[in-house]
Design a protein around this ligand. Sequence first.
Ligand code: GLP
Length: 257
Amino acid sequence: MNQHPAHSYEPRRVILASHREASAHVAELFASTIEQSPQTVLGLATGSTPIECYNDLIRRHEQGSLSFASVTTFNLDEYVGLAGDHPQSFRHFMQTHLFDHVDIDPARAHVPNGVAEDLNKHANEYDLAIRKAGGIDLQLLGIGHNGHIAFNEPGASADSQTRVVNLSLTTLESNSRFFNSPEKVPRRAITMGIGTILKSAKIVLLAFGEDKAKAVAGALEGPVGPQNPASWLRTHVDTTFVLDAAAASQLSDGTGI
Ligand code: GLP
């Protein structure tokens, strides 16, 4: 397989002193996108990283300045085997951290169904639903310690679509902090593919902390290829990395120090 990207772009880098400023920056971008285009289609992420950004959006909604009434959202991923009411499911995360606090139409707030009877069929339908909605206008991403985006682990190809994947040992270890015991972490997930993500019009990757610095440097300055799935973002024409200084600390230009 040809792993060399057809095009290589330089993602924009926004490096801010703290995770609070970085979250506020991304929240502002999401809020202004919704204000300018109330029917926008957003791609959303889970994990600890976007929580402050979601809190900021909730605050704006409570203050009356932001409505999600016509917004459509598609989340990146879900654990296989966890129903939406499971406390560690990503559906539950999204309800708790955003959807339950804003005026989004539940029918337009999509999260992959980890207990779908036919997961492969559901995965194909998820991609189809994104296309039918007109594609994602603005996609939010975090990054895993191994460079994963959504649950696209190292090895994922640039044209991968929404599908069922096995989680790597690194991810199982990182995510075990959310479960009572490591054995309880589901071994598989349903995730948007790299190809699905790259079809988004605009992509924003948010990362905080020194423990993400290596993955961020690999994504922005290592080779573009499957060893660091976030590096595929350099084949996308409109991607911005929003980082706090610690997450930027291994970049060669020293901006994060
Ligand atoms: C999770 C998710 C990713 C997320 C990443 C980082 O497993 N599948 O979408 O970006 O890991 O999570 P955190 O923000 O908690 O560091």
